[in-house]
Design a protein around this ligand. Sequence first.
Ligand code: GLU
Length: 424
Amino acid sequence: MAYIEPAPLLDKENPFEAMMSRFRTASQILGLEEEVYNVLKNPAKQVIVSLPVTMDDGSIKVFEGYRVIHSTILGPSKGGIRFDPHVNLDEVKALAAWMTWKCAVVDIPYGGAKGGVACNPREMSAGEIERLMRAYTQSMQDVFGPDQDIPAPDMGTGPREMAWLMDQYSRNKGMTVAAVVTGKPIVLGGSLGRTEATGRGVMVSALAAMEKLKINPYKATCAVQGFGNVGSWAARLLHERGLKIQAISDLASAYYNEDGVDIEAAVKYRDSNKGSLDGFSGAEKINGSEILTLPVDVLVPAATEDVITGSNAGNIKAQLIVEGANGPTSSKADNIIFDKGITVVPDILANAGGVTVSYFEWVQNRLGYKWTAERVNRRSDRIMKDAFNNVFKTATDYKVPLRIAAYMVAIDKVAKTYKFRGGY
Ligand code: GLU
């Protein structure tokens, strides 16, 4: 089985630098003290582990795994685990910091963390993935904990992997510890509504922004890049609210239908085709890069980092961009987009619905109680709307883009908490 080396991020911005440039701008506008800035700019802890795993052919392969805890100022650190060939320390550091800002924007009592293993789960058997996840959990036994650091799914992982993590951690403890991880299968203490939560939050924040921009959802067109958990749920739920989803794409292919893609049919096709849209017949096949520059009203990048860059930002025609992915827009592209008058609902706000329902899952596990889907959705929708309104007000008051406003709201909250707690 071929192992793909992490690709160098040559023509792209370094994701940690991209995060830092926004952090710097927002800190300056807030007039943040240098001491606090210095505390927040460095991750609190970085763990790197080597994970020897027996592959199905009997060979032993060593994978590199990471867990970066950016901050525990607001509470135990929270953030997903990514299984992807491109995972590297720099990316995990940026993603961990984004989790700190994300939890602060939606006002949930968590710090930020992220984990990852450089591997290609698409080319691994279920048994190999299970052994890798158990080896990773074993190495992180002292890092994770329901009051310490709480992982969740991210790219390349889902409820199945979280079940293995929960089981491995619990075996070591000699008791079931459901609250050590979120995004679990429902029967293991997962929350109703968690699977669709990120896509639902994208929908709620998109509608809130459309209301401000006076875009009628029933007349609006939309393109969604990425058809994994976030993109497919965002597409489905936005369509339910009236938007015409004219284009969808995944790693392998992109599809356009002027009259609207049948999202249910696309989901069915993907699920019957090993998770890939390749070969979908319900729309015309287009070039993957075209999806970002189609003449639609709303663009939802829900795939990965740095897809909207200095080289394509000038060609974007959407009036509104809602970032389902973490870090899809490079900091260079931010300025071009702002000058064009395009509104961006930034990642740390738009995709915070996932971690919000993760928080609800953790609360339910600790209470030993289950909420209905209706209660989960109602509470997460309210949190997303309040967070949007808070960020929108800050953007209006300070005359800054929503992204900088979201960082300002987050940094201000973390900085104030830090000052109360104090350092050494
Ligand atoms: N991986 C998701 C994110 O980037 C969810 C994290 C969580 O639920 O802890 O927001």
